[in-house]
Design a protein around this ligand. Sequence first.
Ligand code: ASP
Length: 344
Amino acid sequence: MTKKPEILLIYTGGTIGMIKDYESKALKVFDFDHLYENIPELNQLECHIESISFENPIDSSNMNINYWIAIVEIIEQHYESKDGFVILSGSDTMSYTSSAISFMIENLNKPIIFTGSQLPIGDLRTDAKENLITAIQIASAVDKNGFPMVTEVGLYFEYKLYRANRTTKINAEQFEAFTSPNYPPLAESGVHLKFNKNKLLRPDRNSKLVVRKKLIDNLIILKLFPGITEQIVKNIFEIHGLKGVILETYGSGNAPTEKWFLTLLKKALRKGICIVDVTQCIGGSVMLGQYETSIELQKIGLISGKDITTESAVAKLMYLLGEKIPNSEFKSVFEKPLRGEMSS
Ligand code: ASP
C-alpha cells in the first residue's frame, strides 16, 4: 500500500476559519485542533492532514511582511516531512500574500495552495468546504510517476486553480472572487479534477529549496488619473526613503507626455528609485513604445511590468529590492519572469 500524502494546513485567519456559535449566533474562530470533528468529510480524503494555526488569526487586511515571513518559516520547517501545503487566508489580500510567498520560496518542488472563502465554514450556504476539500486534493495530487502534480504556489477558489501570482480579487460578493486575466487556470474542478498540465511550472528537482526573507517595503503604488497634479507627484517622489514605485498607467503603459511629469520621473530614477510601469487595465500588457505616450517612458528607462498584476508587482519589487541587485541590472532582472508571474 502506498503511503498517504502528508498535508500541512496553515490557518492564518479570514472568513474560512469562522464557525457560528449557535448560542450567541456570533461568528468565532474555528478550533483547528478539532478539524476532523468539525468537517468529517475530510476523513474521506486520501491523505493525512495536520494543521497549524496562527496564534492570533488575522483578517487579511492586517497582513504584512512579518506574517509572510511567519508563513514561509512554517513551510520551511515542515518542507521535508510534508508533501503539500494548504494555506487558509482571508481573500482580501490573498493575491498579494500568495504572490509574495511565490517569490520568497525558490526551487519549489511541492504544492503550496492558498484558499479561503466568501462565507464562513460554519454557514449553511458556505463555499468554504468545497474550496478547502479541493485545495487539499490538489495539494495531494501526484502524476503517474508519483511526483506532485503542482510544484508552484497556486490559489484555488470556486472550482478553479490559478497560478497565485497571476490572480487578482475582483468580487466581494460572488463566490467567484478571483480571476487570472493573463494566464489560464492551472486546473478546473468539475465532475473530475482536470489539470492543465502544459501550463504548470516544471520543477527543477535537483536544486535545493531557497527561502528569502529580506523584503523591502519602502514603496508606493501611484495610480494615474486625468488631472493628477505636479505638486502631488513631486511630493510622492520626495518621500524620505522611497525605494520603489509601481506606476499604474493607462492602457498599454501610457502616461501624460507633459514635461513636468517626465522631469519628475527622470529625477526619481536618477535618485535610484525603481519605477515599474503596470497597466490599470484588468487584462493585457504594458508595451512601452507602442504609443507616443509611452515612448519617453521607455527612453528614460522605466521598468516594464508587462502583463504582471499590481499585486504581483508589489511582491516582486519588495523581493528584488531586498536582494540588493545593482541598479544597472535591476530593470533587466525585473523584466524577466521568475515564477511565471509575467509573460516573457
Ligand atoms: N475580510 C476577510 C479577510 O480578508 C475576507 C475574507 O476572509 O475573505 O480576511
